[in-house]
Design a protein around this ligand. Structure first.
Ligand SMILES: [Zn+2]
Length: 352
């Protein structure tokens, strides 16, 4: 019965006479003296017979230290009971894992709840020129959403409708509005005051005020700086995730945070944009039932099943929003004359 040691770089078996201390085990080989601290030891539990202790070292995992003398085994057990009792070691690991999990959840919750209010405040003081620099070119959108509808007179009418809405807002910067030839019934705001409307939204709208309510909602996102806020929030969360988990934008940072946040505005952003929409409609004395009708159709169709942000996947509670337009709206007029509305509906029909 004798303790022995393998250095991991040769097959040589060193016979040793270990000494057991409060902090660890020391022993000598022909190649020198070694002192292994208990905290650096990894017990090899599968080693047999099980009343012998086999260890490797955290930093030299090819080496093996085998302790066979019962009195040494007992002494090690007194100084480092975890090395003799596998259950305890398991418990310790579970405790560490538990503490880690709570830590991660706390951090994630903190990011989730603390970052948005901070970025929300910051977004409002970021200069508008910053957002304009981030404004996507229409050509880039045309590539995957459809060509811009260029018919002259309908575009003039759409522009004047937008200007009408802007005239009662206190937003001092121009807003660009374009229609793309796409059958989706959708519209969305992009950084720098670009609003894109799909042909499907205009075609399916039953009244000019339905379109006006949606446009005013999108103007609300622009005025509230929701685009900057969303961008800052995603950047901040991505940066924190990378810092915490050391992952690039394609892995954990992405899946854990970005996907849940990046495409959609928050619910409070949506509610604020609705309030803004009703506010503009009221200022212009426009009948809000168009907005209500739009949300009612949206709720019946289950969100239309398309995949772009804004009117499609971020508005699950459309029915409540219809009520909001109906209850808070006070106006009575239509935004466009029936004649102009008919012309606007032809916006994507090519003039021959
Ligand atoms: Zn929205």
């Amino acid at each position: 019965m004798s303790s022995h040691f393998f250095d991991g770089s040769s097959a040589k078996r060193y016979e040793i006479t270990p000494e057991v201390w409060q902090e660890g085990i020391s022993f000598s080989t022909e190649r020198g003296d070694l002192a292994w601290r208990y905290e650096d030891l990894i017990r090899l539990w599968d080693y047999r017979p099980s009343d012998h202790l086999a260890f490797t070292h955290r930093k030299h995992q090819d080496s093996r230290l085998i302790i066979e003398e019962p009195e040494l085994v007992k002494a090690i057990g007194q100084h480092a009971p975890d090395l003799l009792n596998r259950k305890k070691e398991g418990l310790r690991a579970a405790r560490v894992a538990g503490v880690l999990a709570v830590g991660v959840i706390t951090v994630v919750a903190a990011i989730y709840f603390l970052v948005p209010p901070i970025t929300d405040t910051l977004a409002r003081i970021v200069p508008w020129s910053f957002e304009v620099e981030e404004r996507p070119e229409l050509a880039a959108l045309e590539k995957f959403l459809g060509k811009r509808c260029t018919a002259g007179r309908p575009n003039e009418i759409l522009k004047s409708l937008t200007d009408q809405l802007l005239s009662v807002s206190d937003f001092p910067h121009p807003i660009l509005i374009d229609v793309l030839d796409n059958k989706m019934s959708n519209a969305f705001a992009l950084p720098g005051g670009r609003i894109v409307v799909m042909r499907g939204l205009i075609r399916n709208a039953r009244s000019p005020n339905e379109l006006s309510a949606v446009l005013a909602h999108e103007i609300g996102h622009v005025v509230n700086r929701d685009l900057t806020e969303r961008w800052m929030r995603n950047s901040a969360i991505g940066a924190i995730a990378t810092l915490l988990f050391g992952t690039g934008p394609t892995s954990l940072g992405d899946t854990l945070f970005q996907n849940s946040l990046s495409l959609s505005f928050s619910r409070s952003d949506e509610e604020a944009a609705d309030r803004y929409s009703v506010h503009l409609l009221n200022q212009l004395d426009l009948d809000p039932s168009g907005g209500a009708a739009f949300f009612e159709r949206l709720s019946r169709s289950g969100g239309l099943g398309e995949t772009l942000p804004d009117y499609l996947n971020t508005h699950p509670e459309s029915e409540g929003r219809a009520d909001y337009f109906r209850e808070r709206g006070t106006g009575t007029k239509q935004a466009l004359s029936p004649a102009d509305w008919l012309i606007l509906k032809q916006i994507c029909v090519k003039s021959s």
